[in-house]
Design a protein around this ligand. Structure first.
Ligand SMILES: Nc1ncnc2c1ncn2[C@@H]1O[C@H](COP(=O)(O)OP(=O)(O)OP(=O)(O)O)[C@@H](O)[C@H]1O
Length: 246
């Protein structure tokens, strides 16, 4: 289990994280929704060890951890297959092939990143992250900027690959529909300096239809929370840090 306790971070005069705590168990997909610039990437960087926190602790991130960045970050001089294989070169070839099929890149194995569309590059990055494997997956707006159809397709790819090993996934998104489709829990973050201001539990199995009527009330509550930070008392600038409601 990943356990974050009391994380604080500032960049010079800018406080970014303020006493942020959360847990993530294997088999959970936790979506993080929060305003732009509130500190979501900083949080993932702290979990992955790329950035050091000023205070607080990260427990349970010392095993194998996959991090899918906002951009695909493929090596331009390596093919699709080589980019995926790179993170675990000793894996059997069938494993790489099965992931390439799972993300719909069959036939493009020998293409270089410069020959791929943005969506194909993201799919390659998704396959690479799952090829690396591990108990924890960090995903930073992995489908940002892709059209609705491709995003939904990628979400179902994510779910079908996730169902193989059921790692714990921390998934940053600005799209409520993405969160409603795949998350087991949703955390709404406050503006900077951020902390979690509310948790939402999701009903039923992952792979939901985000437009289903039974999710309408939940969607409204999430929107109310996102748009009502300042009225509700859950805001940055030293306000209440965490209101966890299960
Ligand atoms: N290395 C750094 N040095 C100085 N300031 C930084 C650094 N990294 C991030 N910041 C600042 O920290 C704040 C949070 O940035 P971060 O990228 O974590 O936000 P975010 O929530 O992921 O944003 P977005 O949703 O727009 O991607 C921003 O104001 C940013 O300018």
């Amino acid at each position: 289990m990943l356990r974050l306790s009391g994380l604080c971070k500032r960049f010079e005069d800018l406080p970014v994280l303020s006493n942020l705590s959360l847990t993530l168990s294997r088999g959970e997909i936790v979506a993080l929704i929060g305003p732009s610039g509130c500190g979501k990437t900083t949080l993932l960087n702290i979990i992955s060890g790329l950035t050091a926190p000023d205070a607080g602790t990260v427990e349970g991130a010392d095993g194998r951890l996959s991090y899918m960045f906002q951009s695909a970050r493929l090596l331009p001089w390596r093919t699709v297959e080589e980019n995926i294989r790179l993170v675990r070169e000793d894996a059997p070839a069938e494993e790489v092939r099965s992931l390439i099929t799972a993300v719909g890149l069959e036939g493009f194995e020998r293409y270089y990143p410069g020959q791929l569309s943005g969506g194909m590059a993201r799919r390659c990055a998704l396959a690479r992250a799952f090829h690396f494997g591990g108990e924890i997956f960090l995903m930073d707006e992995p489908f940002q900027g892709l059209d609705y159809g491709i995003r939904m397709e990628m979400l179902s790819m994510l779910l079908s690959i996730w169902q193989r090993e059921r790692p714990g996934v921390l998934f940053v998104t600005h799209e409520i529909d993405e969160a409603l489709t795949v998350a087991t829990r949703i955390a709404v973050l406050a503006p900077r300096p951020t902390a979690i201001c509310q948790w939402f539990d999701l009903p039923g199995p992952e792979g939901r239809d985000a437009s289903a009527p039974e999710l309408a009330r939940l969607r409204q509550e999430i929107i109310r929370r996102i748009t009502g930070y300042n009225q509700s008392g859950c805001h940055g600038n030293g306000g209440p840090q965490e209101k966890v409601i299960y």
